[in-house]
Every structure is written in structure tokens, then in C-alpha cells.
Design a binder for this molecule. Sequence first.
Ligand code: NAD
Length: 497
Amino acid sequence: MFTEDQPRIRNWINGQFVDPVATGATTQQYLAVTSPYNAKVIGHVPLSTAEDVNQAVAAAQAAFPAWSNRTIKDRAAILIRFHSLLTKHANQLAEMVVLEHGKNKAEALASVLKGQETVEYALSLPQVAQGKMLEVSRGITCYDTRVPLGVVASVVPFNFPVMVPMWTLPIAIAMGNTMVLKPSEKVPFTMTKIVELLKEAGLPDGVVNLINGTAEPVNALIDHPDVKAVTFVGTSHIAEMVSQRCHRLNKRVLALGGAKNHMISAPDCNIEMTSTDVVNSYSGCSGQRCMAATVLLTIGHQQELIDKIVAKSEALRAGSHAGEVGPVIDRASVEKITRYINEAESSAGARILVDGRPWTKEHQEGFWVGPTVILHTNKEDAALHDEIFGPVLSILAVEAAEEALAIENANPYGNAACIYTNSGATADYFIKRFSAGMCGVNIGVAVPREPFSFGGWNKSRFGNHCDITGDGGVEFFSTRRKVTTKWVPQENASWMS
Ligand code: NAD
């Protein structure tokens, strides 16, 4: 029933692949994994249960004392070897991302390299993660040290099979934690290669474990008393549920959610550069990025800019090579995206300037919707407000900066926003007023690069309000021990000394 080209995924516990306890080798509790390019089944992923989670947490808990007792330099040395292995296997990992996720090859490779950047930051932590020390009163010195939390859990979405796991894993283990990670059931393959590379790099068994499945293992991880902190990345409604469940248990949590990112084009923007950037932002990775900007608010009607966006969108072709647009993740996604385009079409005053729906019929196999550009006149159109997570750009002309900001500020998400302008003063005006955690000036995908942390505001981030990656990751994955010392008895001692 599981063939070589349709292998079954196994969990990774204590340094080896194991079948889930309850499922054994039956297909009953497995989900089919399909390649978005042709809808062919490429494997089966188990629906692990709380029992499997218990085993993984036990392995991580057993590995914790020895791992956390090593020096940070020692732990980072393993990450240095892992970094070289990522370089050596980057192409293979990118091929796996193409197969299971549907990114084009260049996007897949870029995502692996971006994940590697967080490994670089993590292996530099021996230089930057030190505590502080101060003589606070004569003869009395305070210092603090960063202490790992214990077993931490990381739950990740489908849209970046390597990069998002790399937002948490390297920093968490460099700081001395052990981890149970739950990949997305839609893209479970690539992380199975990553854990093998970690083992080859010398990571002790049990430090990183993988549990596959959907909601049940996530809830079991949150509820497990030995899991000290949880990170989650995914849709907002599940992020909020995860965050609330953790809060009820007084458990540390960082839960990143969905997004609806806005771009504003000022009348003085560079039309050539802006049009290219806008098209890259909404259509790159087929729009399946939490940083994709999918609403363009033009200040005044900017026909030349719209014409260029339309021409550049129409020139895009379907495929898996650099510059081509790949499929979306599954049939449900095709249906959701199409529904939003249909609804916009029937809204009074909206015009579909570029229509990606024919791609669905032209590519009978796989899950395809082409780049789509909608010109709206009604501010209430759902496509302007909801996260569609596909290659759809909504354009709306507004009269003034204040109107653009009111629309951006009113959106419940707050991941990213971008202003296109040639004026520093205009850029400054918008950046200070956007209600978004990650802002761009002439950059539609304003991803902060290491050592800066990644994280939105509002309904794009729930929990203990650290950011992920960078120094936010260090803060999240450690706690501070504060020590006050006195070695020389002090004359005129007060109760403070
Ligand atoms: P998703 O919420 O469907 O799934 C995310 C993870 O949650 C998966 O591992 C899934 O198995 C698990 N899950 C599913 N149902 C669950 C439940 N009821 N309880 C607990 N866990 C559950 O998200 P997705 O479709 O895989 O990913 C796309 C979403 O992720 C988009 O909304 C995108 O904006 C968001 N995202 C956000 C960021 C960010 O940094 N803010 C980054 C990447 C993706």
C-alpha cells in the first residue's frame, strides 16, 4: 500500500524514524500528500496522536539535561557543521520544496537560503547572547544569565517547508532547549531530510524530534506539562486559539497569524520600479507568503502604473522555473481564490484587469490559479479585506494619504505595509502611521533579515509579544536568572547589602 514513489512519512523521535504508535502500517490514519503541480499522490503522512507526542516529549526531556549543560559554543559548533550541510544539500532540499509545495525552483532555493540565515545568526550566539553585569551598590554586583526553558514546541505552516521551521529551531537549540516540531501535514517531506542533516552534523538524539499530523498533536503538545513554550505560525484563527490555550496554562507562547498587507503608491513613485515590485510582491510564491502585499492603494488614479502592473502580470507564465508562477497548495485553495475573484466580479464597479481563472482549466492537472488584478471602486469588497493567500492583487484609488492610511489602519491584521515614493518625508510620514510590524519603503516584501526579528502586530501575532528570529528569538527561547552577589563584607551595611 505504501510504494516507493508514495512513501509513508514517519515521525522522528530520539534520532530515528518511527511509525506512530496507534497507526502502525495501516493507511487508515494517514493523509495523502499531493504535489500541487499535478495533483499526484507523492506520499502519506500519519495523523499522530497524543501518545506519539508523549514519546517525543519524553525523548526531548531526556536529552535536555546533557544538552543544556553543554556550553553555548559547543552547541553552536554543531550548528556550524549543520550550516555546511545545508549548503551542500541546498539544491536537493529546494527540489523537495518544489515537489511538495509547488514553489518554482528559484523561490524554493531562496527559501532554503533564507532559513540558513537564521542558522548563521544562531551559530553567532556565543558572541551575542551574553548577560549583563553591574556593581549596583558598593561591593554588591548583579548579573544575569540566559537559561534555556526546557522542551519547546514549534508548529509550522505549509507555505515555507524549510524556512519557517528554521525561524525557531536553530535559535531554540543554540540556547540549550530541546524541541518537538510539528511540520505541516501538507508538506511533511523536507523536514525529514533536515533532521537527518542535524544528526549528521552531530546533534545528539532527542534534541530535535518531529511529530506529524494536524490538530491533535498540536493540542497534546500545548497541554503536555513538560512542554515549556510553544511557537505557532499559521492562520490567525488557529494562532489565536493556540495562544489562548497556552495562556490558560500560563505557558509561554508566540503565535504568528495571517496577513493582509497594503502597498501605497504616492504620486511621485518611480513607476517602473514600483510596478515590478508590486507584481513580485503579490505573485511571488503564488501569493502564498504572509509578507505578500495584495492591496495597492494609489493616491489619485495612477493609470500609467496600473497599465504597467497589468502588462507585467499578463507576461507571467505558469511553471517551475525562475520567474514563472507555480501552483497553489491544493484544490481547496483554488476554490477559495476563485470565489474571491467571482465575488469581486459581481461587485458593482469592480473590473478584473487580469484574470487568472483560465489557468485552472488550462492546467487540468494540479492546482492552478494565475496572477489576477482587480480594480475596485467599492471599499467594502471582500477581496480588499480578507487574506486570500493566492496571486490576487486588489487595486483601489484613494484621494489622499489620510484615506489610504485609514484603510490600512482599519484592517485587523498588521503584518506588513509598504510606501512607494521618491520622497523621504513622504516615506517617514507613512512609516510612522502604518499599523503594521514590518514596513517597507519601495519594498513590497519587507522581510527583516537577521539579526532583525520577524513579527507583525494586531491579529498577525498573538502571545507573549516577542518577535520570532533575531534577538526576539533569543528572548523567547530563554529566561533570565538574576544573581546578586557580595564577596567582601561591607561596613555600614544596610538591609540592602
Ligand atoms: P494553518 O493555520 O492551516 O496550519 C498551521 C499549522 O497548524 C499546521 O501545522 C496545521 O497542521 C496546524 N493546525 C491545523 N489545524 C489546527 C488546529 N485546529 N489546532 C491546532 N493546530 C492546527 O495555516 P497554513 O494554511 O498551513 O499556513 C498559511 C497561513 O499561515 C496563512 O494565514 C499565512 O499568512 C500564515 N503565515 C503567517 C506567517 C507569519 O509570520 N505571520 C508566516 C507564514 C505563514
